[in-house]
Design a protein around this ligand. Structure first.
Ligand code: NAP
Length: 431
């Protein structure tokens, strides 16, 4: 029998314990698939006394997870702690420096430090597995780094945050408002007590930065990514979008536009007839435009113990087999700095909702602004209430330059009949 792959598991929370359970439950078949046994040598977490529903009595306990990086009896460090800085970063750096492979589910770490870590891995003959960092239940890193490696990938579209997709689905199905649905999602365990990372788009932005790096051979650049979350979406938007034949999705978009990169993470309006339009609840989906393939859309659950630990296992097995693939698909030294498009110059169709006071002349004022900004209306809905009351005006546009839409929104805010921030979303049809 070949020598075992010796593992140190740092972090025994949702994902870390899930990994231990799988290794304990499927030891025989895993060793056949990996070509060698998988052996957990040591584990680490904050609180040694916590009941974790797993038997860890056979493993060494490390009070300081970073000590794993210098142990001679470990080949792979499985970093399941989280966070872009601090312990997780130190553990990853020191493990790679000492030539150990790492497996991580930590998108924040890689979105912020992916290039430096990729270089460190290559300089020390090590590898980084991070299948679990993006849409856990979908093997998208493997698909893009290996399965689609023969293609020119020209665009990536993703529904990358299950919490947001669940909330948008619930808002549509129940007519509930954002804050009520958020509370329900927290009670059901689909949203964290502090939901900021999810609903403000940061979590999905981290994932998009990683997919974009693989697709375009660029250094992951989270800091330049334009991000908008779903806080501004109301049940009125969901209802009107439905009326126009659309659904609202928090979409990550990375697109090659004439050699420059367009990258945004924001709520978009997607036709129900589109494959991404029907991805609901906690499901994630990623669509990659490839020149030799037709619409490869992959979908599955993006989070939770099972899907995430399953993705971690696929990396561990790859490492046991000796597979070494550059972190972002090409050698780190060949990764380019992304060259960004001027977002203002990109064009799209748009959905726009204005909250206005129902007074004579309001439509004329809005139309004049649209005309002056060269914006052509495709459809418009306004339902009257009693004169003088607040009503939504919802319209969709033909193809319009982004800068013109932003300018129009600024001008709308100057009208005394417009009573709230305009809600503007791209209508995305995919390539
Ligand atoms: N949960 C998911 O569905 C999911 C999905 C995709 C990716 N991920 C990623 O997976 C990683 C882990 O997530 P998780 O949900 O498993 O987190 P978690 O449940 O909060 O677990 C974190 C673990 O790290 C340990 N830890 C925290 N600070 C530590 C310290 N200073 N020293 C030693 N151990 C420390 C904790 O110890 P104690 O248990 O003793 O407190 C806990 O065992 C994160 O990068 C996350 O983004 C998670």
């Amino acid at each position: 029998m070949a020598e075992p792959l010796r593992l140190g598991i740092a972090g025994l929370g949702t994902v870390g314990t899930g990994v231990v359970k799988i290794i304990q439950k499927h030891a025989d078949v895993l060793s056949k698939r990996a070509g060698r046994p998988l052996k957990i040598v040591c584990v680490s977490a904050r609180d040694r006394t916590k009941n974790r529903d797993i038997d860890i009595s056979d493993y060494d306990w490390e009070e300081d997870a970073v000590a794993m990086a210098s142990r001679d009896d470990i080949d792979t460090v499985v970093e399941m702690i989280g966070g872009s800085e601090g312990l997780a970063k130190e553990l990853a750096e020191k493990s790679l420096q000492s030539g150990k492979n790492i497996v991580t589910a930590n998108k924040a770490l890689l979105a912020h430090h992916g290039f430096e870590l990729a270089k460190l891995a290559e300089d020390n003959g090590a590898s980084i597995g991070y299948e679990a960092a993006v849409a856990g239940g979908i093997p998208i890193i493997k698909a893009m780094r290996e399965g689609f490696a023969g293609n020119d990938m020209t665009a990536v579209y993703g529904i990358l945050n299950g919490t947001c997709n669940y909330m948008l689905t619930q808002m549509r199905e129940t007519g509930g408002d954002f804050n009520d649905i958020l509370k329900e999602a927290q009670e059901a365990g689909y949203a964290e007590a502090d939901p900021t990372f999810d609903i403000d788009g940061i979590d999905a932005g981290h994932k998009l930065a990683l997919l974009s790096a693989i697709a375009f051979g660029t250094k992951p650049d989270f800091d330049s990514l334009k991000i908008k979350g779903i806080r501004q979406i109301t049940s009125t938007d969901i209802e009107y979008a439905e009326e126009f034949g659309y659904r609202i999705k928090l979409l990550g978009i990375a697109r090659n536009e004439g050699g420059k990169l367009m990258q945004v993470l924001e709520p978009c309006v997607v036709p129900v007839s589109n494959p991404l339009g029907v991805i609901e609840d906690v499901y994630n989906a990623v669509y990659v435009a490839c020149d030799s393939l037709e619409t490869p859309l992959l979908t599955g659950k993006g989070a939770g113990e099972g899907p995430t630990a399953s993705a971690v296992m696929s990396d561990i097995i790859d490492q046991a087999r000796g597979l070494k693939i550059p972190t972002f698909g090409i050698p780190a030294n060949d990764l380019k700095d992304p060259e960004w498009t001027d977002l203002g110059q990109t064009s799209s169709r748009y959905y726009l909702r204005l909250a206005v006071l129902d007074k004579p002349g309001v439509i004329a004022d809005i139309s004049a602004i649209l005309r002056d900004q060269h914006i052509s209306i495709e459809g418009l809905v306004q339902r009257g209430r009693d004169p003088g009351q607040e009503v939504p005006i919802v319209l969709t546009t033909h193809e319009t330059k982004h800068a013109d839409m932003l300018k129009a929104c600024e001008l709308f805010k100057g009208l005394d009949t417009v009573v709230d921030e305009p809600c503007l979303m791209r209508i995305e049809e995919l390539e």
